[in-house]
Design a protein around this ligand. Structure first.
Ligand code: AHG
Ligand code: MN
Ligand code: MN
Length: 318
């Protein structure tokens, strides 16, 4: 089944046109990714920083330009982006807002490691720019693309219990349904975290990791393995395919006191997919989807995946 057929059978019309626009943007970004290095490096810094203080890579900015172009006339009222301070107005008559991380995993652009684009679709209440911040629980749909060995899409809609995966057929130039009914197993032996910051973690994270690393001789009675790609979309895709748990805690490093990942266009879309797949997504004590954003680039700790591991982490935070 093609993405367009899946959307026609399962998505409200206003979401279908926006997702088709995002899929067209993903095809163009994918082409740039596969040609990177042939004429310059799209992973090079362009000297600017985004509003969140991150240095901007050429592909961060180019991806956003492509997304804005492909969202014209799709019914999107405005775009919220990691790379912009303020909402970007699109169609005045639009009834949805799209929030994006145009290029996730930017530090991996130059080294041929999977990167991607994350999107969240929210209702637009009148003046989109003024009313853009909403809880993740209010999302109408969410998903992400990966540009890796395959070019893929995973997405879910609020009023539909299916999480579906698509792969871009390079011969046809179309996204094709490859899996639906995605579920994250209740338990796992695989965790994803950047352990380089272990000395800076707060107590609950330290305790969770100590029990995990104690392995089969410890309180959990099983050994674990670790995977960390450094692209949220890549670690997340793996978890939605074979299970696992992802952890990006807040830590005591300057600027990471409330975590590294952004609520509106990284944590919320992933959290919708996680809950729709039978997993959980929390910041430690509260579901990600129940957090009211205070500003567009608000950072949060993000833990998602296997329900039993998230429960164990939340118990450490009590
Ligand atoms: P972005 O490139 O959009 O800034 O996101 C990068 C994020 C996320 O993709 C990944 O999980 C995390 O940064 C990796 O952080 P570390 O480099 O601290 O491991
Ligand atoms: Mn990102
Ligand atoms: Mn990004």
């Amino acid at each position: 089944m093609s993405l367009n057929d899946y959307l026609n059978n399962n998505a409200p019309a206003n979401l279908a046109s926006v997702i088709q626009g995002l899929a067209e943007a993903a095809k163009v970004i994918d082409h740039l990714v596969r040609r990177n290095g042939l004429a310059g490096d799209l992973g090079s810094d362009i000297g600017g920083t985004n509003s969140d203080g991150d240095s901007q890579k050429a592909l961060d900015v180019r991806s956003e330009e492509i997304i804005i172009e492909k969202l014209q006339n799709t019914g999107a009222a405005a775009l919220l982006s990691e790379e912009q301070d303020d909402p970007v107005p699109l169609s005045p008559s639009g009834d949805v807002i799209v929030a994006v991380d145009p290029l996730d995993g930017s530090s991996n652009i130059s080294v041929n490691v999977t990167i991607g684009t994350i999107f969240s679709i929210l209702p637009s209440h009148g003046d989109a720019a003024a009313n853009s911040l909403q809880k993740g629980r209010d999302q109408l749909g969410a998903g992400f693309f990966t540009y890796g060995p395959q070019t893929t899409l995973i997405m879910a809609f609020a009023d539909h219990d299916d999480v579906a995966c698509f792969t871009l057929d390079p011969d046809q130039g179309e996204f094709v349904l490859t899996r639906s009914g995605i579920t994250i197993p209740e338990t796992t032996k695989e965790f994803a975290i950047n352990s380089a910051y272990a000395n800076h973690w707060f107590e609950p994270m330290q305790r969770w990791m100590a029990d995990t690393l104690a392995g089969k001789d410890g309180p959990l009675g099983q050994d674990y393995r670790m995977r960390w790609v450094g692209s949220l979309v890549s670690d997340a895709w793996r978890i939605f395919q074979r299970g696992g748990v992802f952890l990006y805690p807040a830590d005591q490093r300057k600027g990471n006191e409330t975590g590294r990942l952004r609520l509106v266009y990284e944590a919320n879309p992933i959290a919708l997919l996680a809950e729709k797949s039978g997993g959980k997504a929390t910041e430690g004590t509260k579901a990600i989807l129940d957090i009211m954003p205070s500003h567009l680039h608000q950072r949060v700790p993000l833990f998602f995946g296997a329900r039993s591991e998230i429960d164990r982490l939340e118990n450490e935070h009590r």
